[in-house]
Ligand binder design. Structure first.
Ligand code: BGC
Length: 465
């Protein structure tokens, strides 16, 4: 693998300071050897995850989603979808007619923290209440609608409409739901109210929704990636390579596999890239010692990661004259949006300085701002490289002539540099493989509706066969 990437340089004139900053960020710069090693462990963990009798447990779940086909554009009808996982909860109505652009209605709801961290039944009752509110406001109460439930957490799928929660991630932790079927809990909550005529036909991960939305836009789509609050991907895997899927699968050649790569490294295989900053981010996260990979760069963590480095720079008196202002000493005070805004500043330091002012740095110097900007760039580059290692492995593994990678998620959408960085690194790491990255806007939510539509079409085909 040849790398031709030129790392940004810290644009300050003080040579001593530059040296000190470079020393402090050095652990965040991946060497060629580390990149190759990450790729090797990713590939061996994927193989273990697909194996029927793995020599040791894999940290990659490699979950069969039971989706044997992506949309072919012939689906029609009215569908509902729910999207639970990231910052917002959404209810979506989708009307499909072949040959016409899809019609959507979307409403966002905020899930209050006590529901995100409380009793499962209360959370699902809230979801059912939102469905009712949405249907009432859009005059849909008279309709019988199949529903695709996008539940963006690791699940064991026993069928397209059974999803047993393995663990919560991101900002959710309702412990009594772990080990239960999210579909059953949602159906119970809907039935208990009895005021809507909705039934869940599919439960999907957001990556699966995204691959489906991608396929709706471009039939070459074979990978779905979420780069938002969390990070994960799914791809089309050949049936003969999914050893652990027992029994016959007549007429099925490929199936969407949800990798659950947010947990990549949870068994220690990525310890060699973890820095003191990563360990600090993990230590104060909601679910400690889990979801190693996504904590290295995903939206919920990237700001805090930058903050950890800045705190270290201040402690060495390289930044802000050695004074850490109170607001900045608080965990999570530096956000993914701050990283994106700072990375988007092309000249001068106006934006960076105003962010620093919000964080209590009354008079940041140009050198301070340049250092903060540099740290954001270094952390971003490492994130882009890590995602690209996995994407390039998938491209090589699938060996298709041309692959579209559908991406959704707030970090990817808002960060001004990720798209280009990932395109660059992925092409370097998968030489000769043709691919392109597309934004599958609202893939998680709208895609779940499309999965419901495909499920209904496949059921009809089965009945007519
Ligand atoms: C979850 C995945 C999800 C990803 C992106 C992770 O925390 O485990 O299921 O796809 O976040 O939302």
């Amino acid at each position: 693998m040849d790398f031709h990437f030129v790392f940004p340089r810290l644009a300050i004139s003080n040579i001593q300071k530059t040296k000190e900053v470079d020393g402090i960020v050095a652990p965040l710069i991946l060497s060629k050897k580390q990149i190759n090693e990450v790729r090797n462990v990713f590939e061996s963990e994927m193989a273990l995850g697909l194996s029927k009798t793995p020599a040791k447990p894999s940290c990659l779940q490699m979950e069969n989603t039971y989706i044997p086909e992506l949309t072919d554009g012939s689906e029609q009808g009215e569908f509902l979808s729910l999207d639970l996982g990231g910052t917002n909860f959404r209810v979506i109505y989708l009307h499909l007619e072949p040959g016409k652009p899809a019609d959507y209605l979307v409403k966002y709801y905020t899930v209050p923290e006590p529901l995100r961290l409380g009793k499962g039944e209360d959370l699902f009752d809230f979801l059912a209440e939102c469905i009712y509110d949405f249907m009432k406001n859009n005059n849909l109460l008279e309709k019988k609608l199949p529903l695709g439930f996008c539940f963006s957490f690791p699940m064991v799928q026993k069928a397209l409409d059974i999803g047993i929660l393995v663990t919560w991630t991101k900002s959710f932790n309702c412990p009594d739901v772990v080990g239960k079927d999210a579909v059953e809990m949602l159906n119970n909550a809907i039935d208990k109210r009895g005021d809507t005529n909705v039934h869940v036909v599919a439960v999907v991960n957001d990556t699966t929704g995204t691959i489906m939305k991608g396929a709706y836009i471009d039939h070459k789509c074979a990978i779905g990636l979420i780069l938002g609050t969390g990070c994960n991907a799914c791809y089309l895997e050949r049936i003969d390579r999914i050893e652990k899927w027992e029994g016959e699968h007549p007429g099925i050649n490929e199936v969407v596999v949800d990798i659950e790569w947010g947990a990549f490294g949870d068994n220690g295989v990525l310890d060699f890239v973890k820095t003191e900053y990563d360990r600090a981010v993990d230590d104060q996260s909601l679910l400690v010692h889990s979801f190693t990979f996504e904590k290295l760069f995903a939206g919920k963590y990237i700001g805090e990661l930058v903050r950890q480095v800045l705190v270290k720079l201040v402690s060495k008196s390289v930044l802000f004259n050695g004074q850490l202002p109170d607001p900045m000493s608080k965990n999570n005070s530096f956000t993914a949006a701050d990283v994106s805004n700072i990375e988007g500043e092309n000249s001068g330091f106006e934006t960076t300085k105003s962010i620093l002012q919000r964080l209590g740095v009354a008079k940041a110097t140009d050198d301070d701002a340049a250092i903060v900007k540099y740290v954001c760039a270094i952390v971003t580059i490492r994130g882009a490289q890590l995602v690209s290692i996995c994407l390039s492995s998938l491209l090589i593994r699938m060996d298709k002539p041309d692959v579209t990678i559908a991406i959704d998620g707030s970090l990817y959408k808002k960060h001004p540099k990720l798209h280009n960085l990932m395109t660059h690194f992925t092409s370097e790491m998968a030489p000769g493989k043709k691919f392109h990255l597309i934004l599958a806007e609202d893939g998680s939510g709208k895609g779940a509706g499309l999965v419901a539509a495909v499920a209904v079409r496949l059921n009809k085909n089965k009945l007519n066969a």
